[in-house]
Design a protein around this ligand. Structure first.
Ligand SMILES: *Cc1c(COP(=O)(O)O)cnc(C)c1O
Length: 375
């Protein structure tokens, strides 16, 4: 039984008729940039989050535009977790600000507020709360710090569409938020796409203007901006998929619950920790084990794909050597990089597949004596 890390074809098969009709509608209208589909998606995604939203060209651009919209620029410092995808940091640097890396909690994989506090200087203007793997960062503690030091909070929601923190959707918890609709994300387009979201309408209006050449009218430019628009084909596909997002997140949660039930008795593995005051939408199901690389080889032999998100901490990347953050300075991030492995998860993953994968993991780790769990 071969299992991929994600299976986008399985999802397309379920919604093919609706997607094909939506794409045909855009082709027939020949309105490819802006127009009704984009306006409708902005409305619908904003309503889903409980905030205002504007679609842009990618998640990376959304992060850049969000950071610009809260005024981040040259001379500012911005605190970013070292354990995330490079786009989180890259987009901050693009504003002219300087990235300062902070460590994460090794159970929830999200920012450690105590380490964030240590990294605050008189130049710090913002922090990026990444809801990594699908679980919200500790927003209350981060908000307390941000208020005390006058910082803006930028949420990176690229892996957490629809996740809740104290009953509130991610995207409305900070000052501004960025979403990615990269095809493999919980809400994925059929190409690059993203969105800037905020409970503050004027921040979204500012990001929208920046994303469209600083326009206030067709040939009236309030300032220089960029070209980072969501196109109508992506908007039309995303409108179809948004209607399935909650159901797909629930399917991910069911797969994750089953994995955890099967794997938590295995002493050599630590399963992801879900906190009771927030929901986890399991963009990724990430476990930790000492023998990570050998486990991955064993799974590969069984036809089971796995991943490592992410193998090299950002502060140790050649791209960030200029920041001079020494090895050993973010110990939990560095330890995680050797221990984490992402097991297959996507909404269409079946209980049989989860059991098959969990058995392969347990067999490798020599946990043959553990009591069988019935589904
Ligand atoms: C995917 C991702 C991004 C970047 O999004 P793109 O749409 O690929 O530009 C940023 N941050 C995180 C945490 C991501 O997973």
């Amino acid at each position: 039984m071969a299992v991929p890390l994600v299976d986008l074809k399985a999802q397309y098969r379920v919604i093919q008729q609706e997607i094909d009709a939506a794409i045909a509608r855009v082709l027939d209208s020949t309105t490819f940039i802006g127009g009704d589909e984009v306006d409708a998606f902005n409305e619908e995604f904003g309503a889903y989050c409980g905030a205002a939203a504007v679609g842009v060209a990618s998640g990376t651009d959304a992060l850049f535009l969000a950071a610009r919209a809260v005024g981040l620029g040259p001379g500012d410092e911005v605190i970013v977790p070292a354990h995330t995808f490079i786009a989180t940091a890259e987009a901050m640097t693009l504003t002219g600000a300087r990235v300062v890396f902070a460590d994460v909690d090794d159970q929830t994989y999200t920012l450690d507020p105590l380490d964030v506090e240590e990294k605050i200087t008189p130049r710090t203007r913002a922090l990026v709360a990444v809801h990594l793997y699908g679980q919200p960062a500790p927003m209350h503690q981060l908000r307390t710090l941000a208020n005390r030091h006058g910082l803006s909070i930028i949420e990176d929601c690229a892996q957490a569409h629809g996740a809740l923190y104290h009953g509130q959707r991610v995207g409305t918890l900070g000052d501004v938020a960025a979403f990615s609709f990269y095809p493999g994300k919980n809400l994925g387009a059929y190409g690059d796409a993203g969105a800037v979201v905020s409970a503050n309408q004027s921040i979204v209006a500012d990001a929208a203007q920046l994303a469209n050449h600083g326009r206030t009218d067709k040939y009236l430019h309030h300032r220089e901006g960029v070209n980072s628009r969501l196109d109508a084909l992506q908007a039309a596909a995303l409108r179809v998929k948004l209607r399935y997002l909650d159901e797909w997140n629930q399917q991910r949660q069911h797969a994750a619950e089953l994995y955890t039930r099967l794997l938590e008795q295995c002493p050599q593995i630590s399963v992801p920790r879900s906190l009771p005051d927030r929901s986890h939408v399991f963009h990724l199901y990430v476990v930790q084990t000492e023998n990570r690389d050998a486990l991955r080889q064993h799974l590969a032999k069984e036809g089971i794909s796995s991943g490592v998100h992410y193998p090299i901490p950002l502060h140790l990347q050649p791209a960030y050597a200029y920041l001079g953050t020494p090895p050993g300075s973010l110990p939990r991030t560095e330890r995680l990089a050797h221990r984490i492995v992402s097991l297959p998860i996507f909404p269409e993953l079946t209980a049989d597949q989860v059991q098959h994968i969990a058995s392969a993991v347990a067999a490798f780790l020599g946990a043959g004596s553990k009591t069988p769990v019935s589904v």
